[in-house]
Ligand binder design. Sequence first.
Ligand code: SF4
Length: 418
Amino acid sequence: MVVCLSNNYYVCTGCALLCDDIEVELEGSSLVKVHSACRKGVARMKGCETPLECAVNGKSTDTDTAIKEAARILSNAENPLIFGHGNSSSQAQRKAIAIARKTGAYLDDTSSFCQGPIIEAILQGKLRTCTLDEVKDRADVIVFWGADPSSSHPRHMSRYSYFPRGKERQRGWEEDRTAICIDVRKSDTAEICGNNGTYIIPPGEDAEFMDALVSGLSNKVPKTSFDFDKKRILELTNILKKAKFGVIFAGLGLVYSLKDLEPLFALMDKLNSVSSFHLIPMVGQYNMRGSNHNIFEETGYVNRVKFGTEVLHGPEYSVVEALKEKAVDAALIIGSDPLSSLPLSVARYLTEIPLITIDPCQTLTSSKSDVTIPCALAGVESGGTAIRMDGVEVEMKKIIETDRLSDEEILTRILEAL
Ligand code: SF4
C-alpha cells in the first residue's frame, strides 16, 4: 500500500483552537498518520474507537428509515428539545436552528453552562476582544484566568499566546512576554508561568480578587477577605498597568466562579482606562462559538431559546431547566453526550422521552437513544466552516471519503421530511 503525505494543510477539530497546519498521511482512502497535531488532536482526527450505528429502537437500519423516524418523532412532539451543536459545522448548526423554528423547539447548546455569557457580552460589544493572531503578533502581558491551556488546548501557548515570536514580539517569551496565571491550583500552565507569575486564590473568590485588582489599578489599597499578600496584588497591578497589549484568556474556572459578569466588566473597564486589554474565552468544543454566533444572528440570543409564535429566551429555556422541569417531550442531540456531561438527576429524564442522537461515535446518550444516525467526522470526512475561540471563521476541508452523510446533510433531510 502506498502511503502519501498530503500536499494540503488541514484543520483539527479537537478543540476550538482549530489548528490549521495539520498534515496527514493516507493509505488508500484511510488516514494513517496525523502530523503537527497534539495527542488530543491526533486521537480526534483518527476517528472513533466505536463508530455509531444507524438504528431505530436498537435495530440496525438504513439512513432513510432513521431520518424518517427522527422526523416523525420531532413532528409528533409538542415541545422538542434540540441540543448539542458545539461539535457541528456552522452549516449544520443553521439547519438545526431551522428545525427548531419549524417544530417550535427548545434550542440550547453546551455554552449554556459554560462560556455562553462571555460570548454574548463580546457579541453585544460589552467586552473588548481581539484575535489569536493579534495575540501572537502583539501581546506582551497574557493572563490565563481559571484556564489551563497546557491541558485543555495543548498548542495554545506554542502557536499563539506565549512561546511564538510575533511581529512586535521578536524577542519571544524570554524577554517580550509576561505570562500570568490566576487559578485555584498550581496547574500545568501555572508551572510555565512560574512562581512569580502565579496567583493562587481560594475557590469562588475570583470576583473579590477582581475587585482588589480594580482597587490596586485605582491606586487604592487592595483588600480581600481571604489571606492574600497585598504587595503581590500591587506587583500584579503594576504589570497590568504597563501592558501595551494585554489579553485575558477566560477559562471555565473563572466562568464557574462568577455569579454574574459585573466584576469582569469593571476590571476590563479599569484595565482599559490605564492600559490596553482584551479578552478571549477559552472555548472547548471546536464550534461552540459558532453555535453562539449562529443562534445570535437568528434570534439575538446566544442560547437558551424556545421557538413559537415568538422567540422566547431565558434560564427556563436552558437544557438543564427544560429537563429538570420535564418541559420537553422529545429530544434531538447533535454531537453531544448530555447523559455523560450533565448531572444524572437532570439528564436521566432524557431516557424517558423519545431520543434521537446524531454523532460520529457511540456515546452513553446514543446507547439510550431510540434513533441513532451516524454522521461523518467534521474536518476529516466532511467539510464546512467553524468559528475559532477568538471569533475567526475557519474553513474545514474534507480529507477522506465516507459513505456516511455529514451532520448538515442529515439535518437538511430531517428538515425536508418534517
Ligand atoms: S490544540 Fe486543539 S485544535 Fe490544535 S491540534 Fe490540539 S486538539 Fe487540535
